[in-house]
Design a protein around this ligand. Structure first.
Ligand code: NAP
Length: 250
């Protein structure tokens, strides 16, 4: 196998940053890719590119130009377009594709979850005249504006694009906190409901634990079923797959 063959690591997640560290330590050739929409994103160690590829065709060109041997797709569980495109582009260029996706959060007996498949179902499920914490990405906020009976607070790192007729939404610029801080936050705003997505992982789980303690209703969007693809749920398993490809720096 030529030594210049390398990994394209689709990132933007905790797992991708951690995997980049390990690949770098092990002297494996890889390029991290970020969508480039977050202001001041954390930059992974090693070689990095930013911005969309231009759909499947753009990604196929990139794979060929850069002599990519495998795509390791560690994007967020709800970043569905890039996952679909990456899987297809890998298939069409006859290279390997590996999905690294953390396990879903599992509902516990004390959890008050209402599980939905889509954002539209989440909008409809919010109790009337609720005070609702929108723990979802900024690109999905607008759909909730039609619930004029509800007071919404959303918490996010960057301000969303302009929203139409959404005066009953307050935005707080912040990141997820630990359980004690989430308890204070949920109580302080007198929420009776949270809308979030089942992203799995530790980074934003504290609000789910806090909601359990306060017995709040959680409207939980589940992620889609993954198509027929090779999937691992942790970094060590991803490294094992990569090891077999014997991609090393010169
Ligand atoms: P998406 O809807 O699946 O992707 C939209 C478009 O963004 C893709 O078609 C692609 O553009 C570009 N793109 C997405 N991820 C990319 C990457 N890693 N490198 C290069 N281009 C990328 O994705 P999204 O939900 O907007 O998420 C974007 C990024 O943010 C992902 O890397 C994801 O891991 C991270 N993230 C997302 C969430 C979330 O809730 N969705 C949360 C945390 C982090 P082209 O078609 O032009 O190639």
């Amino acid at each position: 196998m030529p030594k210049s063959k390398k990994i394209l690591l689709l990132g933007g997640t905790t797992e991708a940053y951690e995997l980049a560290e390990l690949l770098y330590e092990k002297n494996v050739l890889f390029i991290s890719s970020l969508a480039g929409r977050t202001q001041n994103p954390r930059i992974p160690i090693g070689k990095v590119r930013k911005g969309g590829f231009g759909g499947i065709d753009g990604l196929k060109k990139y794979i060929i130009q850069q002599q990519i041997e495998i795509i390791v797709d560690a994007t967020h569980p709800f970043a569905e377009i890039i996952t679909k495109n990456a899987h297809q582009a890998a298939f069409e260029t006859n290279i390997n594709y590996l999905r690294l996706e953390r396990p879903l959060w599992q509902q516990k007996a004390e959890d008050q979850w209402n599980i939905v498949q889509t954002i539209e179902q989440a909008v409809a499920m919010i109790p009337k005249n609720s005070r609702c914490f929108l723990a979802i990405g900024r690109q999905h906020l607008q759909a909730f504006s039609k619930r004029t009976d509800v007071d919404f607070i959303a918490r996010m790192r960057d301000l969303p694009e302009k929203l139409d007729d959404f005066h009953h939404l307050k935005i707080i610029l912040d990141r997820p906190q630990d359980k004690n801080h989430e308890l204070v936050f949920l109580k302080e705003h007198k929420f009776d409901c949270i809308v979030c997505r089942n992203s799995g992982g530790d980074a934003s789980y504290a609000k789910i634990e806090a909601a359990r303690i306060l017995q709040l209703t959680v409207i939980m969007q589940t992620r889609r079923e993954l198509a027929n693809m090779q999937i691992v749920s942790n970094i060590n398993d991803a490294l094992n797959v990569i090891k077999h490809l014997q991609i090393q720096a010169e």
